[in-house]
Design a binder for this molecule. Structure first.
Ligand SMILES: [Zn+2]
Length: 223
């Protein structure tokens, strides 16, 4: 709905706690893209993509290693999102820097700019574990990676946290790109203002924002 995924490409997974398995969006014979995922296409598989009832009915994503390798290496990761948002793509391929150019407009997005966004320089499909490993190394302990010429990978403890994080990064990328298109230079905001910005907590930052988007989706679907 928010344009982070173009067409079919993108996938979301969630770790099944206490196991080496996840639930992941697969492609069924009725595939229509991420937004129109049906519950039956979300399958339980292990971190290498093996699971029951796949076979001829469901295919795991080609880029499953983004998810499986992340869960193996990042034990705190409960959700992984991989998407291809166009604004972030353009920022990546033109080398636009993510700087703290706004404040209270979106505090979590500002913090991303302050903390820095890891950039994975390769634009290939991450279809093998050996290709996922260097991306996960570049991420370190951060929860976002901009994959140059490709897309983004975002992690979070929950689906809600990872989704809102991906949306916030999309806002940072969109504003960064739009500012660059004006041709004007945007200064960084002042340190004093940064120090005044509170952490509003995960209920405010994640859960309520998630609910707002769920409501918006329900309204769009009714139209
Ligand atoms: Zn991809």
């Amino acid at each position: 709905m928010e344009g982070l995924v173009e067409g079919l490409l993108g996938h979301v997974s969630v770790r099944i706690p206490g196991t080496n398995e996840m639930l992941i969006r697969c492609r069924s014979q009725k595939e229509q893209g991420v937004r129109y995922t049906t519950a039956d296409a979300i399958r339980r598989v292990d971190f290498d993509g093996h699971g029951p009832h796949l076979g001829e009915h469901y295919r795991v994503p080609n880029e499953l290693p983004i998810h499986g390798e992340m869960y193996k290496k990042r034990l705190e990761a409960g959700c992984v999102i991989h998407a291809h948002p166009p604004d972030a793509l353009i920022c990546g391929i033109t080398g636009l820097e993510f700087r703290p150019i706004f404040g209270a407009f979106n505090i979590p997005a500002l913090r991303m700019a302050l903390e820095g966004i890891p950039i994975f320089p390769r634009s290939c499909l991450i279809a093998r574990a050996e290709l996922a490993a260097p991306m996960i190394d570049i991420m370190g302990q951060k929860n976002i990676c901009l994959m140059k010429g490709h897309g983004i990978t975002v992690t979070g403890k929950t689906v809600e946290e990872a989704t809102v994080r991906a949306l916030n990064f999309n806002t940072l990328a969109r504003i960064t790109l739009q500012v660059a298109l004006t041709g004007r230079k945007a200064p960084d905001i002042g340190v004093e203002d940064i120090q005044e910005l509170p952490d509003l907590g995960s209920t405010f930052n994640d859960l309520w924002v998630w609910r707002c988007y769920v409501k918006k989706l329900q309204e769009e679907d009714r139209r």
